[in-house]
Design a protein. Structure first.
Length: 316
């Protein structure tokens, strides 16, 4: 609240200067009183999760799809829900989002939680996107949503509109036949995946009906296969290192793609093939500056995986 005094002149009427001071004080009060409207929204550390609970990520025109928004809040607070398609906010606020299977329903969908509080609305972080693709064709190659990993088995289904009961299915990778199956919605499996299994896949389904042979082919689907543990890269940092000037920092960068709950990963650092200290749960170590060849090794004992970085030379 503003407190100010106006000193009148001898005649009892405010002077021009006093009128200006009064006007400035009034404007300042009005501006400050509106500031809370411009406070940035509050965001929690909670992250929303959008997941497919009915239907598939790739569906035929007219097939319904349902997504659920969940918020891992241990306090069991009451949340409302916001849904987004790309950057556009949808006019739907329920926990379940139902898509009718129109072509306009193709896209990337996210959700976000919001609830009231004494200081205004509190928002969760937006969920990772869920891609939905509505296909107007007659065959869909169905692959798991999560990325494939080296060593796993990839199960694939060639879905045909109308579900003919007796069909033959051929799976192609980059235009070359790799598998065949027959029966009702036959499942095709690629065991012990390697990075060489990456590529564009499509399927062709054929069946007989009323003495006629029908044949349909799906659109291409990109299949990516990732290493559980990529080759690490060692970085030697000599600037802004704490403790003392004769130290440097070794950082071991690696991508770890194990399925949750992922077993722990450990880091080892070496100078001229001699190990420096014990295994580290963090990907860095502070060591004394010494010239030589440095390397790091990452290891996941439970999975029997270990990989070495290339050597990094350091000279004073």
């Amino acid at each position: 609240m503003f407190h100010f005094r106006i000193f009148g002149n001898k005649g009892g009427r405010p002077s021009r200067t006093e009128k200006i001071v009064t006007m400035i004080a009034t404007i300042s009060f009005l501006v400050l009183s509106t500031l809370p409207q411009f406070v940035a929204p509050l965001e929690t550390s909670y992250g929303a999760l959008a997941e497919l609970v009915s239907g598939h990520s790739r569906v035929f025109f007219g097939e319904h799809v349902q997504l659920r928004c969940s918020i891992p809040d241990g306090n069991k607070s009451k949340w409302n829900y916001l849904w987004f398609k790309g950057s556009e906010q949808l006019e739907r606020h329920a926990e379940i989002l139902t898509l009718q299977g129109f072509h306009s329903d193709s896209g990337a969908f996210r959700c976000q939680g919001v609830r009231d509080s004494a200081v205004g609305n509190i928002y969760t972080q937006k969920s990772p996107p869920v891609e939905i693709n509505v296909d107007g064709g007659w065959a869909i190659l169905q692959v798991p949503q999560h990325p494939a990993l080296v060593g796993e088995t990839l199960n694939i289904t060639c879905r045909v509109r109308g579900h003919p009961r007796d069909q033959e299915v051929v799976l192609y990778k980059d235009g070359v036949e790799v598998l065949r199956g027959s029966g009702f919605n036959p499942k095709l499996s690629l065991p012990l995946l390697s990075t060489e299994d990456q590529g564009l896949y499509t399927c062709r389904a054929s069946w007989d009906d009323n003495r006629r042979t029908h044949s349909v082919i799906s659109n291409d689907v990109q299949v990516n296969v990732s290493e559980v543990l990529t080759q690490p890269v060692l970085k030697v940092v000599t600037e802004n290192v704490p403790l003392s000037e004769d130290r440097m920092k070794l950082i071991c960068h690696v991508q770890y793609n194990a399925r949750p709950p992922a077993p722990p990963i450990h880091y080892f650092f070496y100078l001229d093939d001699r190990r420096l200290g014990t295994a580290m749960s963090e990907n860095f170590d502070l060591v004394k500056r010494r010239p030589g060849l440095y390397r790091c090794k990452v290891k996941v004992r439970q999975l029997g995986l270990s990989k070495w970085s290339e050597a990094e030379a350091f000279e004073e």
